[in-house]
Design a protein around this ligand. Structure first.
Ligand code: T4K
Length: 381
């Protein structure tokens, strides 16, 4: 195994010398932020790459989520998933909104549309689903419910950069979609995020909200925040975009090796595709089921023992954190499938610079553990 620790992910960094000309331009122009030239260029380049019409760049995905809720004036209660990174629900609390947790579909690990209706109350104003691991939600079923009950839909698409369904970008669904460009994501700008919006008017409002609510030099129309992406981050994004196809195809290769080599290993379930035509292979989650000889946590520890650092995304469930667990919808009985997924999931390392030989070693170790544990159990019988 490698002498350096192997993390669940590592940012893809293009050659340093390719970034120098961007830095020279920033030094030359002295424009560091507030919608400078690289910011404008990155918005255009992303629209083209993603096949969308309008995007507003942000300093990170969390501030983008908080702003998306403000942009649509969401209040009261929002239906969401407990099986996500905590930022999803935190964005609701930051807006004084009450999250209402609904259980997940055990196949996609996304919000189960069949359970949404029962959670709607007169206070419900929106649904905030997550395309978890970049696997698309059941967008048609969710939109149907939203239309029936006059609810907004804001997708937390933090994992879904570049994902497409049969008709195009997954980001065109719902009222808004929010991306994260954090260092650990498929496409990163060190820190960063974005809101994908359907029209120029909505983008204008979002652009005002991310700039303190300024409309012009002397007019402020809302208590906006500072959510602007800097020129440094935007420039890095432009450079990353030149390498994104290569990075995505490396991820695809790794995904295939994992799938091929883990096929048929008793108790290790790889997730199926969930309706994406173009996937981004942002994570490689496996579910460690009861017929695997050791528990998920034991497997996690054993892998750490040989320098592999998977992550239990997403354990604990958001609904188990102190600021959420008092909510009626946070009750375990309300969330049986999310509870099981959180107990079983382990995200294995996947990132463009990960050597395929390491992936092979990880899978061999997982398989070997099966045989060793089974034979030592038999030995002790
Ligand atoms: N919604 C969803 C569904 C999300 O998953 C996230 C973020 C958000 C919203 C919010 O978006 P942002 O506001 O973050 O843009 C990480 C990320 O910090 C977070 O962005 C991400 N989701 C979440 C799933 O994972 P941690 O605390 O697990 O990250 P950390 O620092 O432990 O990094 C994981 C591994 O990556 C490390 O063991 C080593 C490696 N790493 C990490 C960093 C930061 C590097 O090699 N280099 C690095 O620079 O949260």
């Amino acid at each position: 195994m490698s002498d350096k620790p192997i993390y669940v992910t590592q940012p893809y960094l293009p050659p340093l010398e390719e970034f120098i000309p961007y830095l020279e331009q920033i030094w030359e122009s002295k424009f560091l932020t507030n919608g400078g030239p690289f910011h404008e260029q990155l918005e255009k380049a992303l629209c083209e790459f993603l096949g969308i019409e309008h995007i507003a760049l942000f300093t990170n995905g969390t501030i983008a989520l908080v702003t998306a809720l403000q942009a649509l004036r969401i209040t009261g209660e929002v239906i969401t998933t407990p099986y996500s990174f905590v930022a999803t629900s935190h964005s609701l609390l930051w807006n004084g909104i009450r999250p209402v947790f609904v259980d997940i579909d055990p196949n996609t690990l996304n919000l189960d549309p069949e359970k949404i209706e029962a959670a709607i109350t007169p206070q419900t104003t929106a649904i905030m689903p997550v395309h978890c691991y970049g696997h698309p939600c059941n967008v048609d079923a969710i939109q149907k419910i939203a239309d029936n009950y006059n609810l907004k839909v804001i997708y937390d698409a933090a994992h879904a950069f570049g994902v497409q369904d049969a008709q195009g970008s997954i980001l065109r669904h719902g009222d808004l979609s929010v991306l994260s460009f954090h260092a650990t994501k498929v496409f990163n700008t060190f820190e960063g995020g974005a809101i994908v919006c359907p029209d120029a008017k909505t983008k204008l409002r979002i652009d005002q909200l991310k700039n303190f609510g300024y409309v012009n030099e002397i007019t402020v129309v809302a208590p906006g925040i500072n959510g602007k992406m800097s020129e440094f981050n935007s420039a890095f994004g432009l450079l990353q975009l030149q390498h994104i196809d290569k990075a995505l195809s490396k991820r695809k290769e790794i995904d295939k090796v994992y799938r091929d080599r883990l096929k048929g290993v008793p108790g290790i379930r790889c997730m199926n595709k969930a309706g994406e035509k173009v996937a981004n292979y942002s994570y490689f989650p496996v579910l460690v089921e009861p017929d695997y000889p050791i528990s998920r946590d034991e497997l996690n520890q054993k892998l750490k023992g040989i320098g592999i650092h998977p992550r239990r995304y997403f354990y604990p469930l958001i609904s188990n954190y102190p600021m959420y667990r008092g909510l009626p919808s946070a009750n375990r009985e309300n969330l049986p499938l999310a509870t099981i997924a959180a107990q079983r999931v382990l995200c294995l390392p996947i990132y463009p610079d990960l050597n395929l030989s390491v992936v092979e070693e990880i899978t061999t170790f997982i398989k070997l553990l099966t045989k060793q544990t089974i034979s030592s159990t038999e030995h002790h019988r």
